[in-house]
Design a protein around this ligand. Structure first.
Ligand SMILES: CC/C=C\CC(=O)SCCNC(=O)CCNC(=O)[C@H](O)C(C)(C)COP(=O)(O)OP(=O)(O)OC[C@H]1O[C@@H](n2cnc3c(N)ncnc32)[C@H](O)[C@@H]1OP(=O)(O)O
Length: 754
């Protein structure tokens, strides 16, 4: 970059033109905005450089927008300046509008006129895209006359993932620039494109491996004085082709199919449609109209809440006072996986892809060979998909558990059998070098019972992976009463390394996810007893937005899994009749799942479960007349009279029982906050993201309403403990239902032990 020519240097060679008079004017205009967050400098004499400065992602806050408007005016008014570059500080162009401002009063200049100011400029404006240009950030770049990107930059319009559409001209400019099909795909999925793809699509003009700012300055000099007539995207003709109607119809079908009730993707298609049916100015009006509808919707609120929730879970804390910012993870270079069944294989792949050396142990030679082949296939497919190098050489396979002696961390992934796991933990405790973290992949067993088998219980934590383990993003990291903060921090960090969202949870039966699933499943079974069919219950849940209804999920995961657990708990009493058949420990119990298992109906794997499949392992669920007959016969045997149950009741009983357990979990300190529960449910259990998660949903429905319905159902079914409202929901409802970010204040905190 050339030498600076002004005085008043604030940052290295960058010149800040914010003089006192300007500062005063600015402060008068914007009252309490403390600083202009776009800095202006002049480079090589003739290029005005505007640098967005709002860490960490240079989001377009009110102050940044004000800064851009002011510095643009400055650049346009200086006769020496012949062209302008807009870039972002710290190698990040711009992460879009400031999402935190969406729920506050609108201040500062709006984005649309700000971008029009840039596009209408008579001097060429070049966007220097490093890091990210997302949402409003990319829309800002589309308002510039040229775009130069760094090869590692990512570009996209992810507004749809926040329940919005690109409302700063993105739906009108992008189709004009790259055509309707490509624009529709980017806008409705919200995915990020690489710089190379952006170049190929025509979103950017040049890609560089060096500094995009330097390249942009050079470029800006080369285009100074040239006509900008062909560079203003808003003036481009509306894209037309004979098959446009078909393209839109297909896009609409696709988003309706995959959106599961989310409104933003559908609205995005409508907005892009306006770019071809209306002139630019009218198209912008339509974009604004559609944007406003989405902006105030509950779905946008839910998705924006979820955006921050997913980030908040990394700032974990435990009731004993351990915290993310005071607990340091220990480096892990070498890890081991014990047991190479489905879960163990997925975990091995995740570890190897994270760059760790892995010792994969399976004591049966035949299973070891099978696992080796399966893992190789998974690694190859995954490397191809991600365009990443193969990680085969990271893995050493062994039949002997002794091979784990020198690893830093072990993940045991054998069957969900406490006795077997205990034996393995005893062995590990003797074999591993001192300080090795011992983790168990369990979906609900007692971490502390396993820890007590070892010489160093503080090194033991749970890592609950979700199947398929190399694909699913969620990891429940379970701390026991004796797990050290360092062990917890290390497991959380390991999850992050594997590309997972790790959520720290306390030790209890089923942890967070599966514990909440129990009352939900229970209600689904009771609904069948009372007259519903699996298809009816599933339809209600799928219409709500679940990827799959509860019975389809049960068939997919295998009915035998829960059966084994219930047997171990002494709940399964084969051949029992009369009233006692449906009561356990004084509470209502449905043996329906047990009865199906006794018939060998384990779900998809046996071709029969709550549904029928064309063959064992078949995927397409079809209603099963046998099952309907079985339910009728069951009801008759138990003197149950089938009734017509409406959708509302099915939904409320399933969801509110689950939510009630969520409140109990908060009250027990098993989850630190509602965000943890919501992230677990969205990432691990198919809860629709546009509904924010079960706890957010409860707040949206109204805690007093949820409480009232729970009270009602508990009155009707007094022997169902899952319907008895938990005291935390009562407390919150009695305190005028505070917003979700204040719920933590109402949870009684156990005293810190640190
Ligand atoms: C008229 C309206 C026009 C336009 C609408 C929009 O522009 S909506 C916004 C569109 N932009 C996005 O959706 C991008 C959101 N951000 C991201 O995807 C990622 O943050 C990003 C930029 C890829 C960086 O990822 P990274 O993993 O590096 O960091 P992380 O996600 O942890 O974020 C760091 C902190 O920054 C906060 N943050 C990120 N983006 C925004 C934003 N646009 N507004 C406000 N805050 C943002 C993020 O929450 C993190 O902070 P934390 O305190 O941890 O929550």
């Amino acid at each position: 970059m050339g030498a600076a020519v002004h005085s008043g240097n604030r940052r290295g060679t960058k010149i800040v033109v914010k003089d006192d008079a300007e500062e005063k004017k600015f402060n008068n205009n914007t009252k309490d905005l403390l600083d202009i967050m776009a800095f202006y400098s002049r480079v090589s004499g003739s290029v005005g450089v505007i640098t967005l400065q709002n860490p960490p992602v240079n989001a377009l806050s009110a102050a940044v927008r004000q800064g851009i408007v002011d510095t643009m005016h400055r650049a346009l008014s200086e006769p020496e300046v012949k062209s302008v570059v807009i870039c972002g500080q710290n190698g990040k162009f711009c992460g879009g509008a400031d999402i935190r401002e969406f729920r506050a009063n609108m201040r500062g200049p709006p984005l649309v006129p700000m971008i029009h100011l840039i596009e209408a400029a008579e001097k060429p404006v070049v966007a220097a895209i490093e890091g990210v240009a997302l949402g409003g950030g990319l829309e800002l770049a589309l308002g510039c006359h040229y775009r130069i990107a760094h090869s590692k930059a990512r570009l996209g319009l992810p507004e749809v993932t926040l329940g919005l559409l690109p409302g700063a001209g993105g739906t009108q400019r992008l189709p004009r620039l790259i055509g309707v099909p490509a624009a529709l795909e980017l806008i409705t999925t919200g995915r990020h494109a690489t710089a190379a793809e952006a170049l190929q699509l025509g979103i950017v003009d040049e890609v560089t491996d060096h500094s995009a700012v330097d390249a942009a300055v050079k470029f800006a000099q080369s285009v100074a004085g040239k006509s900008l007539d062909a560079r203003r995207i808003s003036t481009y003709p509306c894209p037309r082709s004979p098959d446009l109607a078909e393209i839109f119809e297909k896009a609409m079908q696709e988003v309706r199919r995959s959106a599961r009730g989310a409104i933003a993707p559908v609205t995005c298609v409508q907005a892009v449609h306006a770019s071809v049916t209306l002139p630019y100015a009218k198209g912008m009006e339509r974009e604004r109209e559609l944007f406003s509808t989405l902006f105030t919707s509950g779905q946008a609120h839910a998705l924006q809440y979820y955006f921050f929730a997913q980030r908040a879970v990394s700032r974990w804390s435990t009731p004993s006072g351990a915290r993310w910012d005071t607990s340091k993870p220990r480096p892990v270079h070498k890890a081991a996986v014990i047991g190479l069944g489905t879960m163990g294989r997925g975990i091995t792949v995740s570890l190897a892809q994270a760059g760790l050396s892995v010792v994969a142990v399976e004591t049966q030679e035949k299973q070891l060979l099978e696992a080796k082949q399966a893992v190789s296939g998974m690694l190859e497919r995954s490397a191809k998909r991600r365009g990443a190098p193969l990680a085969h050489d990271k893995i050493k396979y062994s039949c002997s558990i002794q091979a784990v002696a020198d690893v830093d961390l072990v993940i045991e992934a054998v069957f969900e059998d406490m006795a077997l796991k205990k034996t393995i933990f005893q062995q590990l405790s003797g074999i591993c070098k001192p300080g090795t973290f011992l983790c168990t992949n369990t979906s609900g067993l007692d971490i502390d019972e396993l820890a007590s088998q070892t010489q160093s219980p503080e090194l033991v934590v749970g890592m609950h992976f979700f199947a398929p383990a190399h694909v699913m993003k969620l990891l429940e990291v379970v701390y026991g009463p004796r797990s050290s903060p360092e062990a917890l921090a290390t497991a959380m960090e390991m999850g992050k390394k594997m590309g997972k969202v790790s959520v720290a949870v306390g030790n209890c039966r089923g942890f967070v996810g599966n514990r909440m699933l129990k009352p939900y499943l229970e209600q689904a079974f009771f609904l069948l007893e009372e007259g519903a069919t699996p298809e009816q219950v599933d339809q209600v849940l799928e219409e709500f937005g679940f990827a799959m209804g509860v019975f389809k999920v049960s068939d997919l995961s295998g009915l035998d899994v829960g059966w084994k657990v219930r047997k171990a708990d002494g709940l399964v009493v084969p051949g029992s009749t009369g009233k006692s058949a449906r009561i356990r420990g004084g509470s209502r119990y449905s043996p329906l799942g047990d009865l199906l298992c006794e018939q060998g109906r384990f779900g998809q794997k046996t071709g029969r479960g709550w549904y029928q499949y064309d063959k064992p392992g078949g995927r397409v669920a079809k209603p099963d007349p046998w099952l309907h007959g079985f339910l009728e016969e069951y009801r008759a045997r138990h003197g149950l009279v089938a009734r017509r149950i409406d959708h509302q009741e099915m939904l409320e009983r399933c969801l509110y029982a689950l939510i009630n357990e969520g409140f109990q979990i908060l009250q027990d300190g098993i989850a630190a906050g509602p965000e943890d529960i919501d992230v677990i449910y969205v990432l691990g259990y198919g809860w629709p993201r546009h509904r924010g998660g079960p706890m957010f949903y409860a707040g949206l429905v109204g805690l007093d309403k949820v409480l009232e319905r729970l009270e009602h159902y508990h009155q009707v079914y007094p022997n169902v403990s899952g319907l008895k409202p938990c005291s935390l929901i009562r407390k919150l409802a009695a305190s005028s239902s505070p917003p979700i970010h204040r719920w933590r204040e109402f949870i009684q905190k156990p005293r810190s032990q640190l």
